[in-house]
Ligand binder design. Structure first.
Ligand code: ADP
Ligand code: MG
Length: 323
């Protein structure tokens, strides 16, 4: 590398303005030294983005920096955790300083908004760009939202709208087109997902189970069903579709994209009937939609149903790297 690893660290990683009081020692030593709050549990997650697998190599680096952290914060949101710290593992084929400056700008922009401090990482050479981020957050002991708490009779909800990122991917793959007035929205939904942190926090004590949707609603809700030992009746007519998705695809294709398209980074969660009033109260303050899309059943399996009661057929559930 023409620029030393150490000058990169000083120039691009150790420059965040935000300094948390619970970081005793941040970037610059062999390890970070952190002080988790005494009464809370530490919640930890890690996600990797690989060039040409998870993103196009030509992706705007600022958006990529945002997304690398956003996908991790989305996992914390799904657990009802308050984000605190992050670490970053970067593998780069070459040192492209303008690229790195934009990447870190996008990453720190989102980090600062959620009070997250970058406390360490590693930077190495490799033939392809790969970005690994770990994020750490806190929950009061026992309060984490998990996948295994859904019970028959619970209602199923999602935040935001579904399928927009899947639509953007279909456009990139040349399978479909989007009317010009919706281009920016659809691209932003793929490249700059907003982690639903406030929603996850509000759902503590209300949701019986939760997951973030990264590989398609059908597949990810399937994980709740499996872990909880239940099934679901999904009313496809209730699925929240954006005006962009409705304007771009016929109705069945739009529903299929909402059910199976990846990269939504919305939350899917279940709520016992006696807590619905509480949910409605907190959701009224959200900056995104909150939509009931079905009900948990004792009978196992995922059953998408049309408004007339007939089954909505799905060829595949969602995205699976090895499937
Ligand atoms: P070591 O070789 O002991 O693992 P490094 O020289 O890799 O240490 O890192 C020096 C410091 O810079 C450490 O605090 C490390 O966490 C930080 N660091 C290195 N790369 C990154 C990165 N990509 N993002 C954030 N911090 C980084
Ligand atoms: Mg190192």
């Amino acid at each position: 590398m023409p620029v030393s690893e150490f000058s990169l660290i000083d120039r691009y990683f150790a420059v965040q303005g935000l300094h948390r009081a619970d970081v005793a020692l941040g970037i610059g030593d062999d390890c970070a030294v952190l002080r988790p709050p005494a009464d809370q549990q530490l919640v930890v997650t890690l996600d990797t983005l690989v060039a040409d697998v998870h993103f196009f190599a030509a992706t705007d680096p600022e958006n990529l920096g945002h997304k690398a952290l956003a996908v991790n914060l989305s996992d914390l949101a799904a657990m009802g955790a308050t984000p605190a710290w992050a670490t970053l593992g970067l593998t780069l084929p070459k040192v492209d300083e303008p690229w790195l400056a934009c990447f870190m700008k996008g990453l720190f922009g989102l980090a600062d908004r959620h009070g997250v401090q970058l406390v360490g990482g590693d930077t190495t050479y490799g033939p392809n760009t790969a970005i690994t981020m770990q994020a750490h957050g806190f929950v009061p002991a026992g309060a984490a939202l998990r996948r295994d708490g859904a019970r028959p009779g619970d209602l199923v909800y999602v935040t935001g709208a579904l399928g927009d990122a899947g639509l953007a991917l279909a456009v990139a793959g040349g399978q479909t087109t989007v009317p010009t007035e919706h281009h920016r929205y659809v691209q932003a939904r793929l490249e700059r997902p907003e982690p639903r942190i406030a929603q996850g926090l509000a759902l503590r004590g209300i949701a019986s189970a939760a997951i973030d949707i990264s590989d398609g609603l059908a597949q990810d809700l399937g994980h709740i069903l499996e872990r909880s030992g239940v099934g679901v009746r999904l009313d496809v007519a209730y699925l929240p579709l954006s005006p962009a998705l409705i304007a771009s695809l016929n109705q069945d294709a739009a529903l299929t994209t909402a059910l199976t398209g990846g990269d939504d980074y919305e939350l899917c969660f279940t709520v016992p009937p006696e807590r619905i009033a509480q949910l409605e109260t907190v959701a009224a303050a959200w900056d995104c939609r909150c939509t009931r899309i079905g009900a948990i059943t004792a009978e196992p399996g995922l059953r998408p149903i049309r408004a007339d009661g007939s089954a909505f057929f799905l060829e595949r559930l969602g995205y699976d790297h090895f499937g």
